[in-house]
Every structure is written in structure tokens, then in C-alpha cells.
Design a protein around this ligand. Sequence first.
Ligand SMILES: [Mg+2]
Length: 257
Amino acid sequence: MFLLRPTSATNFLALNEQGNKGHALYLVDKIATKEALNPIKQDTKRALLYVHNCSTSWIYLNYGALPQTWEDPNHTDESTGCKGDNDPIDVCEIGFRVAKRGDVLQVKILGVMALIDEGETDWKLIAIDINDPLAEELNDIEDVEKHMPGFLRATHEWFRIYKMPAGNPENKFAFNGEPKNKEFAEKIIEETHQYWQKLIKGEADANGLNCSTTTIEDSPNKMDVINALTVLQETEEPGQPQDIDPIVDKWHFVQLK
Ligand SMILES: [Mg+2]
């Protein structure tokens, strides 16, 4: 008989669990980083419940984050001139399959965009599920333009404008919005993994994050299985899905200056 051990969404998976260098793992959906064991959960405060359909761009991707990474809000990034956004690093997975909430995918890293979201560094990794039929063809950022022409331009524009319908200014990018290549992206992953190492060992200001973990032995926030099960037992059952307001289908046409 197996006993399933509760784990933290942010902290439990190793970056290269399969031992295949360059193939990071990626979780689909939002992670509640300020709650015990970091459950996967809809962020109803900061993020939108849904994203608006925005004028000229239409993109289609799966969105998640790499575990065991942290965009350190105490560190100013030299490319963007801004501090980290206090989250794991985000991933845009560009394969054809629409992933399900909570899926864990193994992805090939292709590049990264340097988004500055409301004054914070917010790297957007571009990656593809290793099981996608296109994955063999895509090995670096220039292959994306070759096999998916227009996709990167549309993704850049969408990230620029997606908060404008809610009354926010357009988002900015470092490098003029040009995506950086795989080598650069892997350097950023390694950097954010080092920040996470310090965070989980209690060597960095956690900035309100809950760093509880059931798997990292040398962490001061190590939680034993009994306490972790108690956290699970005290968690509310998921509610019923709510009706979707037809307003989500409205298209917004924004003016860029
Ligand atoms: Mg982010």
C-alpha cells in the first residue's frame, strides 16, 4: 500500500527530475505561494479571473511555472532594471494540446521574453511539451519563427496589451520585446533556481511567501507528513463551478501610442 505524501507545488519537483538536461518540468495554473504547501489555486485578487480578448492579437498557449525557481524581489535584474515579481518563473507552453489544470509537463526550453509587468521583472519562458509533434523541430527560439511564423510577434503584442482593457497601462519589455534564445533562457532559469535555493534554506527575505516543504531536508521550513496531512484536511473542498458571464466573450480594442 502506498501513502501519498502531500507536497508543495512550488517546491516539490526538481527542475530536471528526469535527469534530461534542459528539460524542465512545468505546472499548469496558478500557485498560491503565500499559503501552506503552495496549493494550485485560482488567484482571485491580483490576476484576472479570465483574460480579456484583446484587439489585434490572438494567441493560444498553456501557462504555468517552473517549480524550484523564484524571481527574487530583493534583486534588481540587470537586463530589465527592475526587481523580481516574487513568483516562480512563468512558462508559456506552445504545443497544440490544451493542458488541464494541475497537469505537470516536461518541456523543452526554447527562449525567454523579458516582460516588465507593473514595474516588476516577469520573465516569460517559451517552451514546448516534449511530447508535442513539433517538439523535435523546435530547438531554439529561431525555430519557433520558422515553424510558427507570427506567433512570437503576436505573443509579444498580447503581453503588451492584455491588461489595458482593465484600465492598466501597456506592459513594457526589455530588449525591445525581442525574445532571447535558449542559452540565455537557461541562464535565467539557473539564476532563479539559485534564488530559490537561498529562499528555501531561509537565507533570503521570503517577502511573505510560505516556504513550507515536505521534501527539502535542509530547509528550516521542513514540514512533517502529519502536519502536512493536517493542512490538507483543513483545506476547503473545491466549490461548484460558477456560471460563466457572457461578458468574457467581449472583444476589447485598445489604442497603442
Ligand atoms: Mg511572473
